[in-house]
Write a protein that binds this ligand. Structure first.
Ligand code: ADP
Ligand code: ZN
Length: 563
């Protein structure tokens, strides 16, 4: 798509310079524009900051009709429109929370003889639930003025993705009603299965696909064990590496956001919190202060993110476990959009895994903000969604538990991309780790742990199992007579952290399963380990070997210093 000149090539280049002020095109931009202007359905996978907006705004500018853009977030739309109007490109938007007279005025302009709009942005529920809009689109189409349909953040269509929005599924109607109008679907995150899902749900035909590497070479990745002094660690990390620079700290719960922000303020940082149950005005004002560098650090739930395009975010810290690798990749993607080196640090504890798992089954996890601008909370997870979410979470645990493979490799493999770890050039913690690693056969330890879970009738937690295995004589061990079990103390001789590493591996492999119990009145979470008989069979029968790598020098594997 880049080789030959098209009838629009000159106009394209001129407008890219004159209107958008760009000296050249970024990778794939020209190709995408040529493909969509040639009338094809196009699917684009491009990392955050890659320059997706230009691929439809520039065609919109040089075509004679209107480009319809479906985008999930009003704040994101408003931001785009502001930029377009600054560049003198007429654009408007429609959303459900707009006053009706205002909506009508825009609809009237649309059917006027010489409608000035080049781009019309709408939120997905408008398409799914507003007949008035569909009638207007039919009208535009009949007058041959509907040039192109753009679906931004297209991964929201898929239930398999990390950001499913039901209204996106209704967008298939567009291709049914306007089969000849080219669709351009854009996303910064999609695995192979999500891509298939999107293409099918939208009804794209002979779709041209562009994907570029999702590797962000200017980001530095590391996973750090989360201990009781996590806040002190975070403070020191920022002080030593990013003093007075701008960053985001992602927290699991609203309460966490407030606590973390408060602690950082005590340490003298300019920090604030941001989450879904704040007053919307206060929330907007926090975001504004952050954009203007009056606040350096925002402690937020994932509700803060989509549509944030501050270029100089120098660090993204995860105070708790993210819910999926896709989500993690996208959240980290908000760092270093200007191409400068930036840090992504994840604080991981197994306890957080249990917490997130519990929240998922309760539907208590705050999702990225919804079209209305208000985050979705309280929506209960059920059936397939819960299963997918749990699976996504387990992959994330496996990523954190891995202290051997290149972080970039581990992330990119998830997007179906082969990454040669030698290209990481020691820019992640695992590649930086100079300790020599040795393989160790831990099959026997694994068998014993599974045996122990069975002998306590699958009614005790992981930490209790480890206590018994190491030979603890605590009250609770004695009270349950677990000191009389034959496996009591069987793991006494093992190096610190070794047994727990094996046990976590068994959970990641789904040989053991965390069964998270309903919280009590005080909101505490309890969980018990169960055996997945289907997957444990081979191990117990001695047909499966489990090999883990450990540093040969120190006995304790690095990521479990917190045991
Ligand atoms: P995405 O939507 O893929 O995250 P954006 O469309 O927001 O990315 O673009 C990211 C930044 O890159 C914006 O500030 C935009 O102005 C800039 N940009 C896009 N295309 C070019 C280009 N060809 N040359 C220079 N800057 C560009
Ligand atoms: Zn690496």
């Amino acid at each position: 798509w880049s080789k030959r000149d098209f009838s629009w090539t000159k106009k394209l280049e001129a407008n890219n310079k004159r209107v958008f002020g760009n000296h050249s095109f970024r990778p794939n931009q020209r190709e995408i524009i040529n493909a969509t202007m040639s009338g094809n359905d196009v699917f684009v996978l491009m990392p955050t900051g890659g320059g997706k907006s230009l691929t439809y705004q520039l065609p919109a500018l040089i075509c004679s009709g209107i480009t319809l853009v479906i985008s999930p977030l009003v704040s994101l739309i408003q931001d785009q429109i502001m930029h377009l109007l600054q560049a003198n490109i007429p654009a408007a938007y429609l959303s459900a929370n707009m006053e009706w007279p205002e909506q009508q005025e825009i609809l009237r302009e649309l059917c006027s003889e010489n409608c000035s709009y080049k781009l019309l942005y709408v939120t997905p529920e408008k398409v799914a639930r507003s007949d008035a809009l569909l009638r207007q689109l039919e009208n535009l189409h009949a007058r041959e003025l509907l040039d192109r349909i753009v679906i931004d953040e297209a991964h929201c269509v898929s239930q398999w993705g990390h950001d499913f929005r039901p209204d996106y599924q209704g967008l298939g109607i567009l291709k049914q009603k306007f089969p000849k109008v080219p669709v351009l679907a854009l996303t910064a995150t999609a695995t192979a299965s999500v891509k298939e899902d999107v293409v099918q749900a939208l009804g794209l035909v002979n779709c041209v696909i562009f994907r570029q590497s999702f590797n962000r070479s200017n980001l530095r990745f590391s996973v750090i064990p989360k201990t009781k002094k996590c806040m002190e660690d975070i403070h020191n990390f920022i002080k030593d590496n990013h003093y007075d620079e701008c960053g985001i700290i992602y927290c699991l719960s609203r309460m966490d956001c407030e606590k973390v922000a408060e602690k950082l303020q005590e340490y003298g940082h300019k920090a604030a919190f941001y989450h879904g149950s704040m007053d919307p005005e206060l929330r907007a004002s926090v975001q504004k202060q952050w954009s203007k560098d009056e606040i350096n650090i925002i402690c937020a739930t994932v509700a803060f993110g989509m549509g944030i395009n501050k270029p100089d975010v120098r660090f993204v810290i995860h105070h708790s476990l993210p819910k999926s690798i896709e989500g993690y990749h996208q959240e980290c993607g908000r760092a270093g959009r200007d191409g400068q080196i930036s840090s992504c640090v994840l604080y991981y504890s197994y306890g957080d895994y249990i917490r997130v798992k519990h929240m998922l089954s309760n539907g208590a996890v705050e999702q990225s903000s919804f079209a209305s601008g208000y985050p979705r909370a309280g929506a209960t997870n059920s059936g397939r969604t819960l299963e997918t979410n749990t699976e996504n979470l387990l992959r994330m645990v496996s990523y954190c538990e891995n202290d051997v493979d290149c972080r970039r490799f581990l992330q990119l493999v998830h997007f179906g991309e082969k990454f040669d770890s030698s290209n990481c050039r020691k820019t992640c913690d695992n590649c930086l780790n100079t300790q020599t690693l040795v393989d160790k056969d831990v099959s026997e330890i694994a068998q014993q742990l599974v045996g122990l879970v069975k002998s306590v009738r699958q009614q005790f937690s992981a930490s209790h199992i480890l206590d018994v295995y190491k030979g603890s004589n605590s009250q609770i061990v004695k009270r349950n007579k677990h000191d009389t079990l034959s496996l009591h103390g069987a793991g006494k001789h093992l190096a610190k952290g070794e047994a727990s590493r094996v046990l976590r591996h068994l959970v990641v492999e789904e040989i053991l399963v965390e069964d998270v119990k309903k919280s009590d009145l005080y909101g505490s979470v309890s969980s018990v380990l169960k055996v997945n008989e289907k997957k444990a069979g081979n191990l117990l029968a001695g047909r499966q070997t489990i090999i883990l790598r450990f540093p040969s020098a120190s006995k304790a594997p690095k990521s479990f210093r917190n045991d």
